[in-house]
Design a protein around this ligand. Sequence first.
Ligand code: MLT
Ligand code: ZN
Length: 475
Amino acid sequence: MAAASISSDLLERLREALGPGGVLTTEDDLAPHALDWRRLFPGKPAAVLRPSSTREVAAAVALCRDAGVAIVPQGGHTGLAGGATPDGSGSQIVLALGRMNAIRAIDPVGLTLEAEAGCIVQNVQAAAEAANRLFPVSFAAEGSAMIGGMIATNAGGINVLRYGMTRNLVLGLEVVLADGTVVDGLRALRKDNAGYDWKQLFIGSEGTLGIVTAAVLRLAPRPLHTATAFLAVDDPEAALRVLRAAQDELGDTIQAFELISGTSLRLVARHAGLKSPIADAPWTILIEAGSSLSGLRDAVETMLGAVLERGDARDGVLAESQAQAGKLWALRERITESEALEGRSIKHDVSVPIPAIPTFLEAADRALAGGAPGAVANVFGHMGDGNIHYNVVVQPEQDGAAINRLVHEVVGRLGGSISAEHGIGQYRVDELVAHRRPEEIALAKRIKRAMDPNGLLNPGKVLRGGWLLRGNPAK
Ligand code: MLT
Ligand code: ZN
């Protein structure tokens, strides 16, 4: 039994509320919930709760509140910032939402889908597709990530350019508050301007303000045609010119515009065994466009011809089939796992104004060469959103926090953000304070105090704890 640091009375009550399979306490059962995907934040859950309904979540939260025990909500546990992992004290309970996995309703005309927090993102995409509709949120971990985590982190991914972040795709939300109150805002309305839009407070709050139990998601019509192109360019400036051409020629049909460095493709070749169809390019771009009108492929071909003729791109491939498009996407999607197999990496999930991307990359490379000699930047990301993953593969002895500061200093100078889509979690807690105005941090603390006065919801994530119980948000 591992559940030493919470009382047997609380465990007994939780078992009564959640049923026999609802409370896990053995080392073997706790292990999969203890470590984040990057293996950076080893935690020690006191127990893992597996509620099967919103009512059970509410009961569990109320019992923990009464006992003064902290809760760490957990979905697919694929986040890259350690937001869903308990600390090492052995006193925090993980609330795993995976049993709440029903897709409750789908409306192909109203373009909405209602799902519980534990639904796997890919299953929601598949349900939408079965109704000939599109659920547009898509990212490499979609086969394990869950809707609750996607909402709690305001996940981005490859289609933000056209469809926006998760925030834009949530129409209604059901949450359990820190005292166990259930707030049902599961309205399937495309327009709803009645009072505060409180759901936005929970989206991206990483489980620190309440627990998402279900949501009404926005669907889109499925584009009947897609075109996927892979281009080699000499440098990020040239990539910017290609983006401009794509915007001019393809308009709002562009769904994804991803930048991939030669280093990223070498990692994917080495660890995933996948070869790029264009050898030795210093930079490549993966573009996807979608439309239900005919003529999309011709438009993409014309755009490719123009950028090749102008010398903005030096080579290009237009996928001939869905299978070929899938192979091009695999080169992009397997970067993160290949980077993890290469060794320790210091991630930066930054955004800057899109035209500043080349300046950012040059300045970050310079800062890295000066401050962390021998470190290798694995650069890729969602260029069309201004979101670059400037991940630095380092030797075990190199100081990760110092590298974070070097890169984030450049981001700050360019008016950027230190987290474009992964969130703050545990990984960026100190950096957040350094990169937001004091008034913004004080406001965040006021909100946290109002929503979770006892500091029991995912403590230490987004904001460090301590100040809450000392009672002074200015500290
Ligand atoms: C991705 O876009 O593949 C991930 O968000 C990036 C990462 O692994 O840093
Ligand atoms: Zn990303």
